[in-house]
Design a protein around this ligand. Structure first.
Ligand SMILES: [Zn+2]
Ligand SMILES: [Zn+2]
Length: 251
């Protein structure tokens, strides 16, 4: 793949998300830009983005044109929404192949995201929506290779075994505070989904009431320093199926 901006070959580097999953992102050693799968920037730690963006590029000349997606060649457009401040430049592929952050923009985006989260936490103001801080989460078909083969037979009779391909990504956990986390995941087919807690909480939370492929749940009022276990229930055709157990802990 070539850099969306300066067309030098991109180099893959390995990073770890805030929930401990390994991923690779693409870095341009010439202009210092980063091409990242669509949702992934949301789940990098501030420290990771600082390290990643500390690259010293060979050239500082960045074309004054919109970048093109290295996967499909379509022009990428700037993201203008609540999650990206006007002072930060992020381009996204119209076909959801990924986001391009010119030099320093990844770190700046992450700082802005963290500041907004801290602001809401400090002032006790609930976030209007998770998308006030998250770059829009889109379906990531390229992640199909990361499928967990851990979906199991559920315990209730209505729920049947499903193929691992029903769920596209392992759920990503983003801590917003010590009492609030976001859980997001994608399904291959549009599905109604819910999350049923098996430890730490005793309730089932509806994630998507209408069938869709991107699922996001914000959970508030959690106990700090607690281990939670949950399963995801996926309903594509009136026969709900469930995943095996996932876990996360609040800070
Ligand atoms: Zn470049
Ligand atoms: Zn593309």
């Amino acid at each position: 793949m070539d850099c969306p901006h300066c067309h030098h070959p991109l180099s893959a580097i390995e990073i770890e998300t805030s929930d401990g999953h390994g991923h690779s992102i693409e870095e341009c050693l010439n202009c210092g830009g980063h091409f990242i799968e669509s949702y992934l920037a949301n789940f990098l730690t501030l420290e990771t983005t600082r390290n990643v963006d500390s690259i010293i590029p060979k050239s500082r000349a960045i074309p004054d044109t919109n970048p093109v997606c290295p996967k499909c060649g379509q022009p990428m457009s700037g993201i203008k929404d609540d999650s990206v401040p006007q002072t930060v430049t992020v381009f996204s592929c119209p076909n959801n192949h990924g986001d391009f952050f010119p030099k320093n923009q990844l770190y700046l985006f992450k700082q802005a995201q963290q500041s907004k989260i801290y602001f809401h936490k400090l002032w006790g103001i609930p976030l209007k929506s998770a998308f006030a801080v998250l770059i829009p989460i889109l379906v990531i078909f390229s992640l199909a290779t990361l499928l967990p083969s851990i979906l199991e037979q559920a315990t209730t009779t209505q729920e049947t075994r499903i193929k691992a391909s029903e769920i596209l990504t392992p759920p990503l956990i983003t801590p917003i505070s010590s009492t609030q986390v976001l859980i997001s995941f994608s399904t291959q087919k549009p599905a109604k989904t819910s999350v049923r807690f098996t430890e730490g909480l005793t309730k089932t939370l509806i994630v998507s009431t209408v069938p869709q492929t991107s699922h996001l749940l914000s959970i508030e009022d959690l106990s700090p320093g607690t281990l939670f276990k949950y399963i995801i229930i996926i309903d594509t055709d009136g026969k709900p199926v469930s995943t095996s157990e996932y876990t996360f802990s609040t800070p």
